[in-house]
Ligand binder design. Structure first.
Ligand SMILES: [Zn+2]
Length: 134
């Protein structure tokens, strides 16, 4: 059922590498919340940030998705289902207090990683403020 979500795709690896270079440490292909049967590509448990790298075709990128010439009756609903599932996953995570970052595979990995780093840093620093008064 998660068949089209391949692990270790090139855009994913590039994002991971860029994020690592920025000093980020994360879990790979992990479930952000145990009861949600869905893995995110990069997971920051402390900051509660989940990052998904979405393929332009499978997730219907507004810039790059071109309906296939053949079998649209098959692909159309399949991609619509992916998008609906993405939205449901995002909603479930947000409800559980997570921030969700979706990155298109066409995005520049360094720019995307920088966006993630900013989010993670602000999430962990506000966490610290809430926490023990040291
Ligand atoms: Zn795209």
């Amino acid at each position: 059922m998660v068949g089209n979500r391949k692990r270790d795709t090139r855009p994913e690896m590039e994002l991971r590498r860029a994020a690592f270079r920025l000093g980020l440490r994360y879990r790979v292909a992990a479930r952000p919340i145990a009861r949600l049967p869905r893995t995110a590509d990069l997971v920051f448990p402390l900051a509660r940030v989940a990052v998904f790298v979405d393929g332009c075709f499978w997730h219907g990128c507004p810039l790059h998705f071109k309906p296939p010439r053949t079998n649209m009756a098959y692909w159309g609903p399949k991609i619509a289902r992916n998008q609906a599932r993405d939205a449901a996953v995002d909603a479930a995570l947000r409800e559980a207090g997570w921030q969700v970052v979706r990155i298109w595979e066409h995005e520049d990995p360094v720019a995307a990683a920088t966006r993630v780093a900013e989010l993670v840093q602000s999430a962990t620093s506000s966490e610290r403020k809430d926490g023990a008064n040291r």
